[in-house]
Design a protein around this ligand. Sequence first.
Ligand SMILES: Nc1ncnc2c1ncn2[C@@H]1O[C@H](COP(=O)(O)OP(=O)(O)OP(=O)(O)O)[C@@H](O)[C@H]1O
Ligand SMILES: [Mg+2]
Length: 240
Amino acid sequence: MEHQFAVHTNRLCKEFYGKNVLNRLEMKVKQGEIYGILGVNGAGKTTLLKLMAGLLEPTEGGAYVLAKNAWTQRDQVLGNIGSLIEVPYFYEHLNAAHNLSIHLRYMGMDADISKALERVGLGDVGDKPVSKFSLGMRQRLGIARSMIHSPKVLLLDEPINGLDPVAIKEMRDLFISLKNQGVTILLSSHILSEVIQTVERVAVIANGTLTLEANVKDLIVEHENNLEDFLIEKMRGGKL
Ligand SMILES: Nc1ncnc2c1ncn2[C@@H]1O[C@H](COP(=O)(O)OP(=O)(O)OP(=O)(O)O)[C@@H](O)[C@H]1O
Ligand SMILES: [Mg+2]
């Protein structure tokens, strides 16, 4: 069934110990788009992605993936999403392929593990245990794990964290190729230049709500010389 939005939130609120982190946040992500979430440290990016992945219960309102409630209908949502949220955890003593096979077994799915490793540039890691991986290799493996079961929606929290410039370019190309296959990608970042180069639409979170949601192409035209300043102003809480 076709849904209007791949992911949306409805007056989404999240409080931690009485402190409002997200406050009636409204976000609508279209099917097959690459959508970026920007915000300063502590703005709520990870919290929002966790709510969309059904890892946290909203205080009020809801997050929906393909029109299913991520919290109350989590069983129907999980197979459709792949996520990489904060630091990915692995079985440290096992190699990359073994880690992916455990994930597939857990998801009850089958997939080509060698191909998934090749797609993220880990085709030649062989039997090296994950405990000996660099930060960038872990991040690549995390991305491979998030997409190996061919989810329709990818939720990626700072996916280029720890990657070198070559890997960043490879990941950008990978995201575009997944998008061309119809996958919807939500990614968070603090790195303005990267978001501008990779995503089609961007949202800025500040003070628990969106201070900007725009097409990147339009922003580039409208703020030719001051886009960075404009986005920083929005990240500081400048009104929509
Ligand atoms: N489990 C928790 N318990 C209490 N407070 C939390 C919890 N998780 C997040 N917070 C608070 O919620 C706010 C948003 O945190 P979150 O991790 O979502 O921000 P972020 O935008 O991802 O930041 P960063 O850029 O540093 O990753 C912060 O003030 C944080 O301290
Ligand atoms: Mg975070």
